[in-house]
Design a protein around this ligand. Structure first.
Ligand SMILES: [Zn+2]
Length: 344
C-alpha cells in the first residue's frame, strides 16, 4: 500500500510501505476513504531533523472496516468509521472519565511503529474503544464536517470547554487556523454572547464571522491586547481559547483573560516553559487544556453535524488525492490553504 512519510523539515513523500494488517485480536483494519493534514503536522514540517527512516503521518481519518480481530465486538466489516487522533481502549480509568488521550492502553497514530491516517489503510489498535461508526455512506455531503470530528472540531470544543465558555460569557479565540475557527463554532454553540477572534488572514476572518465571531482583532502583541481590552469594557474576556501554541499566542491569551477567567490551551506548546506566568497568577486565571479527548466529544458533536446545526467542514478549502499530499502540506505551510482534505 502507499502512505505518507515525513523524512525531515519540508520533506514529505508518498511511498510504498508494508500493507496494514491485523496483528492483535483487538485490532481492526480500516481502508481510508478521507483523511486530513493537520496544523500540528506543520510543526515537524517546519523543523523536524532529517532522518533516514522517516515517520508515518496522519491522525485524522475516516474509512471502511475491511477486517476485524477475533475480540472486536462492536464493529463489523463494511462499517464506515471515524478514528479520533488518539486510539484508546474505552474502558480504563481515564477513558471512563472521558479523558481518552490519557488512556492507559492507548496512543497516537503514525511515527515509526504505527500506520498513519495519510495512507491507504490503517491497523487500528483497540478498535472497539477507538472507532465510532458513522450512520452515513462514504461519499455523503457531510463528510468534510464529519472528518473534523476526528480532531479540529473536537479540539476547538476542548478549547472552549477548558476555557469555561458558557451562556452570556465573552470568549476570545487566539489563532485563525482550522482549530481556532472550530473554536469559534464551539464558543457559539456553548452560548458565548461575544466572540472575539484574533487573526489577520482575510479568508479565515470571513469564515470566522460566518461561524459566529462578533469582533475581529487583526493587530498583534500589545496592540492586540489593547484592542481586546477596549472591546470588553477594559475587563478582558471570561474565556480565552489558545489555538496556536507559540509563546506569543500564550502570552496574548493570558493577557486578554479577565481576572478569574480561564484560558483553554489546545495549541501544542512549542516552548518548555509557559509564558506570562506572573500575569496569570496575579489575575487568578485558570489555565487548562491539552490534547482533546476527541473520542469523548464525537458522540456529543455528531448529532449537531448530522442535523446541520454546525458546519465545521467549511474549514477545508483544499482537496487532493494521496499523490498530492506533499502539495497539500506546502499549501498549508504557506498559508495558502486553511486545511487540506485527502480524498481516496
Ligand atoms: Zn483507556
Amino acid at each position: 500500500m502507499r502512505a505518507t512519510i515525513m523524512y525531515g523539515a519540508g520533506d514529505v513523500r508518498v511511498e510504498q510501505v508494508p500493507d496494514a494488517r491485523l496483528i492483535q485480536p483487538t485490532d481492526a483494519l480500516v481502508v481510508v476513504t478521507r483523511a486530513a493534514i493537520c496544523g500540528s503536522d506543520l510543526w515537524p514540517y517546519k523543523k523536524m531533523p532529517q532522518t533516514d527512516g522517516g515517520r508515518r503521518m496522519g491522525h485524522e481519518f475516516i474509512g471502511r472496516v475491511e477486517a476485524i480481530g477475533s475480540e472486536v465486538s462492536t464493529l463489523k466489516v463494511g462499517d464506515l468509521v471515524a478514528a479520533p487522533f488518539a486510539w484508546s481502549d474505552g474502558t480504563c480509568i481515564f477513558c471512563q472519565q472521558g479523558l481518552h488521550t490519557s488512556c492507559l492502553h492507548g496512543g497516537f497514530w503514525g511515527g515509526t511503529e504505527l500506520d498513519g491516517g495519510q495512507g491507504e489503510a490503517v491497523r487500528v489498535p483497540q478498535a472497539d474503544g477507538t472507532l465510532v461508526a458513522l450512520p452515513v455512506g462514504p461519499d455523503h455531503a457531510l463528510m468534510p464536517s464529519l472528518l473534523t470530528l476526528t480532531d479540529v472540531m473536537a479540539t476547538g470544543h476542548h478549547a472552549a470547554r477548558s476555557a469555561q465558555v458558557a451562556k452570556g460569557r465573552i470568549a476570545a479565540v487566539v489563532g485563525d487556523g482550522a482549530v481556532g475557527l472550530c473554536g469559534v463554532i464551539a464558543a457559539k454553540r456553548l452560548g458565548a454572547e461575544q466572540i472575539i477572534l484574533l487573526g489577520r488572514h482575510p479568508a479565515r476572518i470571513a469564515l470566522a464571522r460566518a461561524f459566529g465571531a462578533t469582533d475581529i482583532v487583526s493587530e498583534r502583541g500589545d496592540e492586540a491586547i489593547a484592542r481586546v481590552m477596549a472591546l470588553t469594557g477594559g475587563l478582558g474576556a471570561h474565556s480565552v481559547l489558545e489555538c496556536v501554541g507559540t509563546d506569543q499566542a500564550t502570552a496574548t491569551a493570558i493577557s486578554v483573560a479577565r481576572p478569574g477567567g480561564a484560558v483553554g490551551r489546545v495549541g501544542v506548546p512549542q516552548e518548555a516553559l509557559m509564558a506570562a506566568a506572573l500575569s496569570s497568577f496575579m489575575k487568578n486565571v485558570t489555565i487548562a487544556g491539552g490534547p482533546a479527548p476527541a473520542r469523548a466529544y464525537i458522540e456529543e458533536l455528531l448529532p449537531d453535524v448530522l442535523e446541520g446545526r454546525i458546519e465545521p467542514g467549511r474549514v477545508f478549502d483544499w482537496t487532493g488525492g494521496l499523490d498530492q499530499v506533499p502539495t497539500g502540506y506546502k499549501a498549508m505551510n504557506d498559508r495558502e490553504a486553511i486545511k487540506a482534505m485527502i480524498s481516496f
